[in-house]
Design a protein around this ligand. Structure first.
Ligand code: HEM
Length: 167
């Protein structure tokens, strides 16, 4: 027995960006091994910064329109919509989480998502409302089905990790 505790499995860190390439079956002309450095990140596959920011706008617009109880937990502007500041902070985070530039961490430090959501009452209803708004946004911008399934699966894990209220 080596007694090395470092080999014990640990839960994946929900704050960890999706830097690694997507584990998707990609058509290959040869049996050559994949080249991880050249495979696109989810950020690349979505279309880069402009596309991720567009996705975020659809997400908060869907939240404003369809999930008023969730929207009200956020900072709102004079028109009662989720504020520009909140939209931009999440967009910067998402850009990095998807494997793009790490400006959110450079400006704000480690995301510590659970800690940053501690003052927000997140129960099952809010978790599901968050996921519905994100699903609507992905459908509105037309994310490719394989990428959509992968990202919604990962985001569902993060959203569930954010729960801090029973029920
Ligand atoms: C599960 C239900 C969730 C609820 C109810 C929720 C709610 C909120 C609220 C109220 C804020 C504060 C925004 C403001 O200042 O107005 C916030 C911030 C934020 N949320 Fe969530 N959120 C949820 C899930 C998530 C998930 C799944 C992610 C990541 C994938 C996420 C990432 C963030 C980030 C990055 C911020 C900005 C933190 C900062 O820089 O201050 N949230 N969220």
């Amino acid at each position: 027995m080596c007694g090395n505790r470092s080999i014990e499995p640990s839960a994946p860190d929900p704050d960890e960006p999706l830097r690694r390439p997507l584990p998707l079956p990609l058509p290959r002309a040869t049996s050559a091994p994949p080249m991880p450095d050249t495979q696109p990140t989810p950020f690349d596959r979505l279309g880069g910064e402009t596309a991720v920011r567009t996705l975020c706008e659809h997400f908060y617009d869907a939240m404003d329109r369809d999930e008023p109880a969730l929207a009200k937990l956020h900072e709102l502007d004079e028109e009662g919509r989720v504020s520009r500041r909140s939209r931009d902070r999440f967009a910067l985070f998402l850009i990095g989480w998807l494997g793009g530039p790490q400006d959110y961490i450079a400006q704000n430090g480690h995301p510590r998502l659970r800690m940053r959501h501690a003052r927000v009452p997140v129960d099952i209803a809010m978790r599901d409302a968050w996921m519905r708004a994100m699903t609507t946004a992905m459908d509105e911008v037309g994310v490719a089905p394989d990428l959509r399934a992968f990202l919604l699966g990962r985001l569902a894990d993060v959203a569930d990790f954010m729960r801090n209220r029973p029920g």
